[in-house]
Design a protein around this ligand. Sequence first.
Ligand SMILES: Cc1cc2nc3c(=O)[nH]c(=O)nc-3n(C[C@H](O)[C@H](O)[C@H](O)COP(=O)(O)O)c2cc1C
Length: 231
Amino acid sequence: MSDNPTQLGHPDPTVLGHVGAHELLTSTRAVRKRLDLGRPVHPALIEACVADALQAPQGSNLMRTEFVVVRDPDRIERLGRIYREEFDGFYRESELGLFNRVDSDPRHAAQSRRTRDSAEHLAEVMSRVPVIVIPCLTPRLAEGDVLTAKHRLATVYPTVWNFMLAARLRGLGTCWTGMTLGREDEVAEIVGIDPTEVEQVCMIPVAHHTGTSFRPAWRPPAEEFIHWDTW
Ligand SMILES: Cc1cc2nc3c(=O)[nH]c(=O)nc-3n(C[C@H](O)[C@H](O)[C@H](O)COP(=O)(O)O)c2cc1C
């Protein structure tokens, strides 16, 4: 893919969209249907988002989150194919996934139906998104060491979410996906990761989003999730 600025425009990554802090927190959605597949994403925008991401809290200030940014259409096509196979395979059958689960609250059920449609769309287009970002953790988590895993993953997750918030501020839509984690070795082979050293955390499609605004999602009241003083 060309980095020719005339083809990609001249974005100034310091120019941020007019999204208030509260709006950013409550309406940064999983973007799937509104990913603009036809518009390239300038690498300067991705670089600025990674710089912002690295401002997140880090256990022991160890900076261990790295980002594979895939822009090569051939690699994206191969990653998208794996994504699609996993979506059509285990995910459609899974009890926890959106296809077989029954949500007791009708508002939750309606939202899940919309999410399912949107997720089907992403499975359709994942092979054609302009950018796929794969956040990675090095070195790999040790097998079975849950305590260390808790600390190390907790270092990665805020960094990745910061990346997604930073993307939103620059007009980019993202969606956290875990669909390909069961096929880590194949993904690793496509993007030149050594799977014995580097752990993939998720796979994020990135594209300019269409439309201008996003709304808060339905969530149950906070009081249902709080245990004051004791559980
Ligand atoms: C750990 C994790 C894994 C996810 N995996 C996928 C995925 O594989 N495919 C997908 O379309 N969305 C995936 N999502 C996005 C969720 O479906 C989405 O966040 C959820 O439906 C709520 O929607 P919202 O983020 O727009 O509020 C994942 C999110 C998380 C946190």
